[in-house]
Design a protein. Structure first.
Length: 365
């Protein structure tokens, strides 16, 4: 068998996105694919060889910064939300220099914070959430002490798409002089394009770093994550010397890193512009409503009224339903608490996909 034919046979085993309602990734935009191809073989780990790609990365970082009300922010394009969160916390920890450091995160935080606690040797303190699954401010305040090096807020939680009270967290962070990292891996490219965007970004003075991933709602090719900092001092706190490279210092976590994510993310944002992105987000929100109506007609109630294009429905049979659907090659997910089935209505989850899915879902339940 020809090797490409062999590869195709493996790829055919994958489930097509038209049957996936659980993913925060999506089919890359066609321009993202073209841009990706143009930049295959680029390595941002050795900037002297790829000055053009470096320039493009800077442009993309300021484009994202502008969207988040800080055009002259610092940062870089990384492998995804996990790396961005690691670097955000690592920078805060290095700047604060506390013995036995801890961070305070919402209970609803993504599991990348488990890795952070292990890698960075910081204690992770988890604050409870209120009945709307937003972090409880009094809890956060109570968990902070003299060894706290960062507070974390989430703008678009993985399980429910909820937004923490970043405005109040920012005030707390200013008051206590503790960096506030906002995990907007998902919501970063949704919220700014909504009708009444919640102010989750650098407009809040306490916000020192933001995770924002183009490979989620930015429709870029994987991998494309983003970590943005309020200013250069946070990047400086991450630097190591690179004695034999074309550059003297490196602040990234990985060494060799692709320029493909930079190019594909830039292509999508530049070509679509804010208006194009608004259209995409509007359609996802409309399709989320359609899904809520269809599910309500079957007696399923959302855990919270969806804030963005993530929605979960309460059911004691969550695990069983998920597994039965998977046997039929449909992918949905479940959440930790309460028992519920969860959907992410990405751009590939069209009205037609929802219609096809509901047909199968009715047979299963
Ligand atoms: N922060 C938040 C709020 C996230 O939702 C995620 C990932 C991350 C950080 C970590 O990002 P990376 O996975 O890019 O490192 N959220 C999704 C999740 O874990 C990622 C995902 C994407 C899962 C596609 C499944 C899938 O098919 O659920």
């Amino acid at each position: 068998m020809d090797v490409l034919e062999e590869l195709r046979s493996y790829r055919e085993k994958d489930i097509p996105y038209s049957r996936v309602l659980s993913s925060m990734c999506t089919i890359p935009h066609e321009l993202a694919v073209k841009a990706h191809q143009l930049f295959i073989g680029t390595n941002l780990g050795d900037p002297g060889i790829f000055p053009g790609t470096v320039e493009l990365e800077r442009k993309l970082v300021s484009m994202l910064g502008e969207l988040l009300h800080r055009r002259d922010c610092a940062g870089y394009i990384c492998s995804g939300g996990t790396e961005a969160n690691i670097q955000g916390i690592r920078s805060a920890r290095n700047l604060k220099r506390r013995k036995d450091p801890n961070i305070v995160i919402p209970k609803t935080a993504h599991f990348s914070f488990e890795k952070i606690c292990d890698i960075l040797c910081v204690e992770v303190r988890r604050a409870n959430v209120d009945e709307d699954y937003r972090v409880d401010l009094a809890e956060v305040e109570g968990l902070i002490d003299g060894r706290t090096v960062a507070i974390v807020g989430i703008a678009g939680t993985t399980e429910l798409g909820q937004i923490d009270p970043i405005v109040e967290l920012s005030k707390l962070s200013e008051e206590k002089d503790i960096p506030l990292h906002v995990d907007a891996a998902f919501g970063g490219l949704v919220i700014p394009f909504m009708d009444r965007p919640y102010p989750f970004d650098f407009a809040n003075k306490g916000v020192t770093s933001i995770t924002i991933d183009p490979h989620k709602m930015g429709m870029a090719t994987i991998p494309a994550g983003g970590i943005l900092f309020r200013d250069e001092s946070f990047l400086k706190a991450l630097e190591v010397e690179t004695p034999y490279l074309t550059s003297k210092m490196q602040f990234t976590l990985t060494g060799t890193r692709p320029g493909t994510g930079v190019a594909s993310a830039y292509a999508v944002l530049k070509a679509l512009g804010y208006n194009g992105m608004r259209e995409i987000v509007k359609r996802c929100l409309k399709n989320t409503r359609i899904l809520v109506e269809e599910m309500s007609a079957l007696g399923f109630e959302p855990v919270i009224e969806p804030v963005m294009n993530v929605v979960a429905f309460k059911t004691e049979r969550a695990e069983e339903i998920k597994q039965e659907l998977y046997r039929r090659r449909w992918v949905i997910s479940t959440i930790r608490e309460p028992r519920a089935i969860r959907f992410v209505v990405m751009p590939h989850v069209t009205e037609e996909v929802i219609k096809n899915f509901m047909g199968e879902f009715r047979r299963v339940v």
